[in-house]
Write a protein that binds this ligand. Structure first.
Ligand SMILES: C[S@@+](CC[C@H](N)C(=O)[O-])C[C@H]1O[C@@H](n2cnc3c(N)ncnc32)[C@H](O)[C@@H]1O
Length: 429
């Protein structure tokens, strides 16, 4: 017996003015209709129970009735989206008899076509498919491409704005000099570790007034939706940099030259392992003013969330913040409590290096991830077991080392979840 692997050929169909029928009127049908309504097509949705979010709009016709094969006539594409697999299969057979292409929501690989994750702007359409196997992965890849394209077009728009704001002739001094003498300011603000409740009122005010927000891959990016500014993601996600630091610097400069309100928003505090200093130096070099608004660094948020005092009489009278990589090149500062940022991949080296430097093997270590977010996790271990715990919880991850960790009063398994739930409670600003 030969086993056939289902394969789909990506094509772009000309569907302008075509009639499309969605059978079923629930949540899945709603998503399909919304996705299709970006195109110039006539969409009919047919079902007995209509999802309340369906709006009778210009190009969506809602028909409340049971499916009958005659409904298929005259349509170019069919989407079988009922919650009854038997009916979906029947729709498939009826469509085959009429030579109409059909997509089956609950069994995508048995249909004629699958819907890719789509991003569309006026110049380009991006479609990402997974042969119907992994739609959420397609969406993730589509989002990465979309964000990348948005950055490119934002860059072009910002450049255009800069050029039109300042009318130059050929003999003028370089753009940077000429414009910076006139105006340009960037607000470098800290967002805190993720929970918008930890954002300062001052930063929030600047965000409200901003025309451009250049932001890191914050834990709660959706919070920015409320601001009118153009949002430009320039952070690091899943190990991938959207932009090199030099490119970010240039983008900030161009944006400042437009004379509009520019906020550079960073996770935590901009001056704690945030490369804020480099951005300030670069902008100042080009006569652009920078106002820095501090943010709550993840170490402070972690200490508060998990009840770990970073200093404590007779236990810890000194504290050091360190990067958790390139350990061989730097001696550890002499401090009672050490907080390692960006150390998740280097837990084994870190444990070994500290023990070699004389730290007791049983010194407690806290691994704290997604601080101030609803998905926070905590693992409490000790120095000689740190290597084994590598990968135990996801990033972003902060590592605290020191006797002060013994003060955690609530070490039950649900403690991090409880703390996270509190941290993630919505704030209204
Ligand atoms: C590039 S540094 C930025 C630090 C940031 N400026 C701050 O003040 O927290 C990124 C590192 O900060 C830590 N970090 C930032 N936010 C975090 C969070 N919500 N939960 C755990 N660790 C976090 C992690 O160690 C991560 O690898």
């Amino acid at each position: 017996m030969s086993i056939h692997k289902t394969e789909f050929l990506p094509v772009s169909l000309n569907i302008t003015g075509k009639k499309i029928l969605i059978i079923g009127a629930g949540k899945v049908a709603l998503q399909k209709a919304r996705s299709l309504s970006r195109f110039e097509v006539s969409i009919s949705v047919l079902g007995t129970e209509i999802h309340p979010d369906f709006n009778q709009s210009d190009n969506i016709q809602i028909i409340k009735k049971e499916y009958e094969p005659e409904d298929l006539g005259g349509h170019y594409l069919i989407y079988a989206c009922t919650n009854n697999p038997g009916i979906n299969q029947k729709i498939k057979e009826d469509s085959y008899q009429r030579n109409i292409l059909v997509s089956i929501a609950d069994a995508p690989q048995t249909g004629d076509f699958v819907s890719p994750a789509i991003y569309k702007n006026e110049n380009v359409t991006v479609a990402v498919g997974s042969n119907g196997k992994n739609p959420s992965k397609s969406v993730k890849i589509r989002n990465l491409i979309r964000d990348h394209l948005n950055i490119e077009s934002d860059q072009i728009r910002i450049k255009k704005d800069a050029a039109t704001t300042y009318n130059r002739n050929k003999d003028s001094p370089p753009l940077h000099q000429e414009i910076a003498n006139k105006k340009g300011k960037v607000i470098l603000a800290g967002f805190g570790p993720g929970d918008p409740g930890l954002l300062t009122l001052k930063s929030n005010q600047y965000l409200e007034e901003a025309d451009f927000i250049f932001h890191d891959a914050l834990l709660d990016v959706s919070y920015l939706d409320r601001f009118k500014a153009q949002k430009i993601p320039v952070g690091k996600r899943c190990g991938q940099h959207y932009k090199k630091q030099e490119e970010i610097n240039e983008m900030l400069l161009e944006a400042a030259f437009t004379g509009k309100n520019v906020v550079r928003l960073k996770g935590g505090d901009p001056f704690v392992f945030g490369r804020g200093g480099e951005e300030v130096a670069f902008l100042n070099q080009h006569q652009v003013d920078v106002e820095v608004i501090p943010g709550i660094t993840s170490a402070f948020a972690a200490a508060a969330q998990f009840g770990i005092p970073l200093t404590q009489r007779e236990v810890s009278s000194s504290l050091a913040f360190l990067v958790g990589h390139n350990l061989s090149t730097r001696p550890f500062p002499k401090a009672d409590t050490l907080v390692f940022y960006m150390g998740a991949k280097h837990q084994c080296e870190l444990s070994q290096a500290l023990i070699e430097e004389g730290w007791d093997k049983s010194t407690p270590v806290a691994l704290l991830s997604n601080i101030s977010n609803t998905s926070s996790k905590a693992v409490i271990t000790q120095l000689d077991k740190l290597c084994k715990e590598k990968g135990a919880i996801e990033t972003p991850l902060l590592i605290i080392v020191g006797e002060t960790i013994r003060s955690i009063s609530d070490l039950t398994e649900s403690a991090p979840e409880k703390a996270a739930k509190k941290a993630g409670e919505p704030v209204s600003l």
